[in-house]
Write a protein that binds this ligand. Sequence first.
Ligand code: SF4
Length: 254
Amino acid sequence: MTLNIAGLTPGIEAASSLDAELSKLDLAGRLKLVASLGGRAVFTTSLGIEDQVITAAIGTHCPEIEVVTLETGMLFKETLDLIGETEARYGLEIQRFHPDDADVEAYIRQYGKHGFYESVEARHACCGVRKLKPLARALSGAFFWITGLRRGQSGNRASIPFAEFDAERGLIKINPLADWDIDQIRAHVKADAIPYNPMHDRGYPSIGCEPCTRAIRPGEPERAGRWWWENDEKRECGLHVPEASALPAATAGA
Ligand code: SF4
């Protein structure tokens, strides 16, 4: 690997070079390579099944990679329970990032606690307060942002690379499971007895906040149960799409 990040700022060239190297490696090799490069590396986990695969690999091979989660205040009990179980199993700390109390209060005053059902704008505003602002704090000063994104999760994610430059956040985003499919994930979890959310066995392939997640029906895409009331095939919370395109002008950067 010829990439040397000493004195380098994240950019398209560095991401492209890293993408090519990562494509040749397995999951552990990908994480080890990123950890060896010296920049601060942060993995954001939602405790979903693919994220559990990455957490297990970090705990086993790369404890220097930071593991964080966005504790939105709206998570399922099963998700919260899994945080502690995972920490105990792998001997690592999953740092919780919470929304700012004043932001939540302001949101509730303007929209109501469950105002996100009423409009896309209100939903994006809630994700902005409960996810995007805590995410910005979690990634402050990071060189690498590691995620569990996979190409098979949705059409919107069908071409994600192993490494890409996130110009908005000024870092390199690493997707070490980009080429894994859900069957590989399940087989790996079973083989290594990796703890996972029992809701996955009850029709929830993608689990987010409780009021915004439902089980999917047979044949539906993996993420069909997220914000199911919105009529937009590309609906996302803004974590993995540029904020300017994900959020209405009034809430972008909130
Ligand atoms: S997923 Fe739902 S509850 Fe969670 S932050 Fe977004 S709108 Fe709010």
